[in-house]
Design a protein around this ligand. Structure first.
Ligand code: AMP
Length: 293
């Protein structure tokens, strides 16, 4: 039976859930708001269903073609062990849910490099990635698999070190642990199934990918407008973060120009102060709501 609606797997609850739903909404998909525990949510304005599942199930659902797309952490994708080039048609970084899988030890412990982990027991919910790291470092340590609350393992004497996801570092600090090794850097990605899709849905696939690319491209992107003396323009252009081809227009009756640019990187207050010091005035920074590349 051919599928009439595209299916996207999204985490039901957790760090990826809010960012994934918000990205879909910013891309113009009107998700029908069912109950909190609803497994299947419909997109009202397009033939798309959202399947709300556990993060660890998403990679295999998409690889098997149960879902056509999935929002997943790179850590879960790598931990699934599914060969990325064989099982997925595309993998697109989304720029949110950035974190690192790190090995951490109690603060009071002396640590002199990965060899200090030899003979130790390390608690983790990422056994595959941890074993790969230990193997690459030639360290013989035991791996204790846990499915949550990894950070309490040293206090409960389940293990003497942990290998867990770290975002701000607050959880490690609250548990008297310090990070000593980075095993894997991760962010949310959109994975696309390599299973064939019907001709009717191929257009929806293109639309989805195009819109998500546009939302990702505009995230953090700003439009800067400023005025500057003509001879200060080259210096000012160098200060514009991630601006490839600014527009420079003469201001009538003055030896000055207006510069307009799309900045792909963060525009901080420090950037504005540097621009002002270089001669810029009337500096405006505007958010970009939509952009079609
Ligand atoms: P933090 O205290 O901000 O370093 O966050 C650490 C806690 O949040 C740990 O329990 C992690 O398992 C979890 N965590 C942090 N970032 C992520 C992420 N991107 N995806 C899933 N869990 C995460």
């Amino acid at each position: 039976m051919t599928k009439e609606r595209l299916r996207i797997a999204v985490q039901s609850k957790g760090r990826l859930a809010t960012g994934s739903v918000s990205l879909l909404e910013r891309a113009g998909f009107e998700i029908r708001n069912g109950g909190r525990d609803e497994l299947l949510q419909r997109v009202k304005n397009l033939p798309i269903d959202i399947l709300r599942v556990r993060d660890d199930d998403i990679a295999s659902f998409v690889a098997e073609g149960v879902c056509d797309f999935g929002f997943v952490g790179q850590n879960s994708l790598a931990e699934s062990g599914l060969d990325e080039s064989d099982n997925f048609a595309s993998i697109t970084p989304l720029g949110f849910a950035r974190c690192s899988l790190k090995i951490a030890v109690p603060e009071a412990i002396d640590y002199a490099g990965a060899s200090s982990l030899s003979g130790k027991r390390i608690a983790t919910s990422h056994p595959r990635l941890l074993r790969r790291f230990l193997c690459a470092k030639n360290v013989d340590a035991a791996v204790a698999e846990m499915h949550g609350s990894v950070e309490v393992a040293p206090r409960l004497q389940i293990a003497s070190a942990v290998c867990d996801l770290v975002s701000t570092g607050a959880t490690l600090e609250a548990n008297g642990l310090r990070a000593v090794e980075t095993v894997f850097d991760s962010e949310a990605v959109l994975i696309q199934s390599a299973s064939p899709i019907s001709e009717e849905l191929a257009g929806i696939v293109d639309l989805l990918k195009r819109r998500i690319d546009s939302v990702v491209a505009t995230t953090g992107t700003k439009y800067i407008m400023l005025n500057a003396p003509r001879d200060a323009a080259p210096e000012i252009q160098k200060l514009l973060p991630g601006a490839e081809a600014p527009t420079i227009m003469p201001l009538s009756g003055r030896d000055a120009v207006a510069i307009h640019a799309v900045c792909q990187e963060s525009v901080f207050w420090k950037t504005l102060e540097d621009l002002k010091a270089a001669g810029a005035s009337a500096i405006l920074v505007l958010p970009i709501e939509k952009m079609m590349l």
